[in-house]
Every structure is written in structure tokens, then in C-alpha cells.
Write a protein that binds this ligand. Structure first.
Ligand code: SF4
Length: 100
């Protein structure tokens, strides 16, 4: 990975949230396809942007790990593992309901 890609990966993997765990670098992150794209692409402001990010995530070999990471740490912003913020809220709600 070149220096630019590394910086992008670090930006992507250190989203502007105070909800991420202290140790935000996980082994699977090195394989994320988003490392080759601008970090902002995964923090879209509209549905078109969400769809663009989701298409990249759809081909990503670590999308399951990525989605679970975002769910585990309640990351509110951005597209993670092919899920939007709203989708993750729905998944968490469904899991809560299933656990009761
Ligand atoms: S699933 Fe999407 S956001 Fe997650 S690592 Fe892969 S490309 Fe990046």
C-alpha cells in the first residue's frame, strides 16, 4: 500500500466519531476496498452517495467484519459494511427485539 492509500485508510478507519474504540486498527481493515477511495465517499450526504459507497462495499472481502465493527461500536455516521446509518439502527433494533 502506498503512502497516500495508507493515509486514506487511516482517515477512513478513524471516522470523526467519539464512539470508536481506542484501538481502531483491526487486521481486517487492511483488506478494505475503501482504502483505494477518498474517505469522504463513505460519509455521503444523500442517498445517491450511499448507493455509490454500498456498491464498493458489496465487492469488499471484509464487509461482514466491517459491518459488525460498526454495529459493535455503534458508529453512527457513514457507510460501513454496505450498511447506511439507518440500516444499522434497524439491525440493532431488530437484534434487541430478538433478544427479548
Ligand atoms: S465494507 Fe465498505 S466500508 Fe467496510 S472496509 Fe469494505 S469497502 Fe470499506
Amino acid at each position: 500500500m502506498n503512502q497516500t492509500a495508507t493515509a486514506q485508510t487511516q482517515n477512513r478507519l478513524h471516522p470523526p466519531t467519539n464512539q470508536a474504540p481506542p484501538e481502531t486498527t483491526q487486521p481486517w481493515m487492511a483488506d478494505g476496498l475503501c482504502r483505494d477511495h477518498a474517505p469522504g465517499m463513505f460519509f455521503p450526504s444523500d442517498g445517491v452517495g450511499v448507493d455509490k459507497a454500498r456498491r464498493i462495499c458489496g465487492e469488499c472481502p471484509v464487509k461482514e467484519e466491517c459491518r459488525e465493527y460498526a454495529l459493535t461500536y455503534r458508529i453512527e455516521h457513514g457507510v460501513w459494511g454496505g450498511t447506511s446509518e439507518r440500516e444499522r439502527r434497524r439491525i440493532l433494533r431488530d437484534r434487541r427485539l430478538a433478544a427479548t
